[in-house]
Design a protein around this ligand. Sequence first.
Ligand code: URP
Ligand code: ZN
Ligand code: ZN
Length: 469
Amino acid sequence: MALVIKNGTIVTANDQYVADVYCEGGTIKAIGKDLEVPAGTQVVDGSGQYVFPGGIDAHTHMEMPFMGTTSCDDFFTGTSAGVAGGTTTIIDFIIPNRNQSLLEARDFWMNNAKKSVADYAFHMAVTWFSDQVKKDMEHVFRHDGIQSFKIFMAYRGAIGVDDVELVQVLDTAHSLGALVTSHCEHGDAVVALQTRLASRGNLAPKYHPMSRPAYLEGEATNRVIQLARVAADGRNGHMSEAKDSQPIYIVHLTAKESMDAVYRARAEGQKVMVETCPQYLLLDDSVYDKPDFEGAAYVMSPPIRPRGHQEYLWNAMANGAIQTVATDHCPFRQADQKIAGKDDFRKIPNGAAGIENRMALMYTYGVATGRISLQQFVDVTSTQAAKIFNLYPRKGAIAVGSDADLVLYDPKGSSTISAKTHHMRVDRNIFEGFELKGKIATTVVNGKVQFHDGQLHVERGAGRYLKRS
Ligand code: URP
Ligand code: ZN
Ligand code: ZN
């Protein structure tokens, strides 16, 4: 059925105006004042509401096997919660086990993702290296539309790579023209600190952040940036310039030290992109002092940082130095999953939920506080992810020909975040009690109203795989 949004205030990354948006066959067919539409077209009144491009969450982990369990939102529940929160596209991660074929892992994740209600793409994690892995990287890049690779510098002994493997991944990606995304923490040093803390009986959740200090994130961020230069050097018999090095996208950046490494590299001309997440902008490490194992809900990597880092990141975003805000949505229930680490923080599954709250949090604490403009909000929650990951202008835009993924945001609304009312499958919300200004009134996915007036109308399996090119 065709759909028209009447009289909304359309906000894009560089524009703002009142108009109607007419959608048919899943795409935007016309934008203009007082559009004439065919009889039978569904009408949604957008008066007094912002119309944003659907949110793109470039960092999610749905039904991810990790640390002896599986993240508890599957692609159906996770993307549904996303739609309730204004996110209409996710980019999830295929994560092979060490020694597992990339193609086998691809089949596993692609099959799981078929139940998505929103469109999805994948990054391919490279967790080990061999001649076959190199061939598989080429295969997924050329044939499966997977154009970004992910390396974990943390999680040594599991999915983390060492520096030799890291250089090989950077090298292969550079030959292909692919992007490398990186989780930056010095994995071996983290293990050393964990072991020292544990040997002294320091095993409560509050020791998790002590084992992963900001300087170890800064070190790894700087290291991957420097090693990105190796990928380009010597190819034509001479050393390259910094600007020619392998482009890097730093995932879930949390710390001043990391941001400073990025600033230095950019000053040299290197192409480095930065993602952060609402939890690193809005929470500080006092969350780990909560009594009774409640701190476990915040056990994620990198951890929540001490006060000071958050404002540094907000300033970086306001200045355009942070490109995207994703969630790293990786939910584990407190009751039967996080509890595995009751006596040892090293066994608490790392991760937290967030896909449902990202857009409203960024509006409330970014736009409504004056830290970022409406245009920057759209840029960091949608447009930049589409551009960086080759989905633009199909996604991340409100333009004729773009997919009809739209969010109507009512700036007069309000609500309070709570695990009691959210759609994510977890029993805790790390933003519990946060007040929200404005609310998601309607979410349109592929031209269909999938969330309206607080009710989900999603269709299992309606989401499509986005083969990037
Ligand atoms: O703690 C986290 N972030 N868990 C998910 C895996 C990752 O590192 O992104
Ligand atoms: Zn990570
Ligand atoms: Zn992640």
